[in-house]
Design a binder for this molecule. Structure first.
Ligand code: ATP
Length: 458
């Protein structure tokens, strides 16, 4: 990682802990396996991000419905989808320092060869290319072997292992029949879901980029198998990019990576990743795959149920094909943090400011009485807080001088601060201060709700 970018990543990690966005989890017990908790501001940010996605992809569209399926599903689902046999990554251990690595990542970092899924070639490359252990420098490796990424648990009354879902998509396919029977959906239409997914990643890391417990926002978009799909595929790619731009991403930090034909799963016609230029380099942010009718046909076969769709307009019965746009919540949060984080010099001091798009900002408006020991100012400020809080998540802060309070709100990305001073008691106006320009203006209390409605609707 380039020095400057590495610094940025470290700054973001420590900033997130210090300012209540993201904490290392189980810290009082020495931490736990690269897992993280979202703190109070991080939780608001994440909820805002998910709300934005849900509005764009479900509520604003007539061809989408949303579901919320369980994490624990009938294990036969994962047999049918191929996950129990094929959802593997390849690991290798350094015999010297005993550190474990994902073999394809290790080889790719050293040689630029992408051997993901090809265990024989990985074994050969490890021997022939004399790949050094990034930890201790030795070249003494165990044989690479596959590890299934699904977490298992047990359930009372159920024989054998039960899996924590490794992706949210499975729950969508098993509900397909219920959705077409209970809703008046017509092809083409999509089913969306946001929720947790679990993968026993060989190496988690890069903060919240690769977690073992993470969240996904996924869509299965069902189409007529005879329909032309190429334009629609491209349209979904643009939608994914548009969502990343709405988080604040710069266009130049986004690129597409099309999976080469020979590496595609047998059922996929096309798979493209949207990659983002994270501080550690371009890596997958979102994905889009044409999965044909693989999932529905597998589940139809394994369950013995008819999962076909009757197209009344064309009087045809078929198993729909599916386009699968998939978005990682945590990777989206990382994009939002990396793009929002700024350090600026203001009057000889460094101000840290998170320039979140307003829709993402954890707190929308902060309300301050100029002085906390003047009851009349505090009462008035509480009135203003009550006036705004119904519509906007507000924070009341009376601690320290106003300059410090501004800095605190800049740090968590609050777009506006409202200060109630002695003049307010006379002229019924307050000072509104803008996070990005730091400009202040006087606004009449009677106009305040309108003022913010205009600001936040832009
Ligand atoms: P990678 O190649 O980085 O392991 P993947 O191709 O396995 O990712 P998908 O199966 O396509 O990922 O998962 C869909 C989305 O879920 C990804 O685009 C990403 O945003 C998110 N995601 C996948 N694995 C993780 C993880 N371990 N931690 C956080 N987010 C993840």
């Amino acid at each position: 990682m380039a020095k400057k970018q590495e610094d940025l990543m470290q700054k973001i990690v420590s900033f997130c802990k210090r300012r209540g966005f993201i904490y290392p989890s189980s810290e009082i017990y020495g931490g736990f396996a690269n897992s993280y908790s979202y703190g109070p501001y991080g939780t608001e940010l994440k909820n805002n991000l998910k709300r934005l996605w849900w509005k764009k992809f479900v509520q604003d569209r007539v061809d989408m419905v949303g579901i919320d399926g369980p994490i624990l599903l009938n294990p036969r689902l994962w047999e049918a989808s191929g996950h129990t046999s094929g959802f593997n990554d390849t690991m290798v251990d350094c015999k010297g320092c005993k550190k474990r690595f994902r073999a394809d990542h290790l080889i790719e970092a050293a040689t630029s060869l992408d051997l993901e899924g090809d265990i024989a070639r990985m074994a050969k490359a490890l021997k022939e290319k004399k790949i050094n252990c990034p930890e201790c420098g030795q070249t003494n490796w165990t044989e690479p072997r596959n590890l299934n990424l699904m977490f298992t648990t047990t359930m009372n009354g159920v024989e054998g292992p039960v899996y924590l879902r490794p992706e949210t998509a499975g729950a969508i396919f098993v509900d397909f029949k219920n959705v077409i029977d209970s809703m008046r959906v017509k092809i083409p239409f999509g089913i969306a879901q946001i929720g947790k997914a679990f993968r026993n990643e060989i190496v988690a890391g890069n903060f919240i980029f690769r977690l073992r417990e993470f969240e996904q926002m996924e869509i299965e978009y069902f189409i007529d198998p005879e329909a032309k799909w190429e334009k629609l595929f491209d349209w979904w790619l643009k939608e994914e990019e548009e969502f990343a731009l709405a988080l604040g991403a710069d266009k130049k930090d986004l690129r597409r990576f099309e999976h080469p034909k020979e590496k595609l799963s047998h059922y996929s016609r096309k798979t493209v990743d949207i990659e983002y230029n994270f501080p550690f380099g371009f890596s997958e942010l979102y994905g889009l795959a044409h999965r044909g009718d693989f999932d529905l046909s597998q589940h139809a076969k394994a369950s013995g149920q008819d999962l076909s769709y009757f197209d009344q307009i064309n009087n045809r019965k078929y198993l729909p094909h599916v386009l699968e746009p998939t978005f990682g919540v945590d990777r989206s949060i990382l994009v939002a943090l990396c793009t929002a984080y700024h350090e600026e010099e203001v009057e000889g001091e460094i101000r840290t400011v998170l320039k979140f798009p307003p829709a993402l900002a954890p707190v929308k408006i902060a309300v301050f009485p100029l002085l906390k020991n003047k009851a009349e100012l505090v009462v008035k400020a509480k009135e203003i807080f009550d006036l705004l809080k119904d519509k906007y998540f507000c924070e009341f802060d009376d601690n320290g001088n106003v300059g410090k309070r501004y800095r605190r709100q800049d740090e968590i990305g609050t777009p506006y601060c409202v200060t109630i001073d002695f003049d307010t008691l006379e002229d019924k106006m307050v000072t509104v201060r803008d996070r990005d320009s730091m400009k202040q203006e006087r606004v009449a209390v009677a106009e305040l709700v309108n003022y913010f409605n205009n600001k936040f609707s832009n």
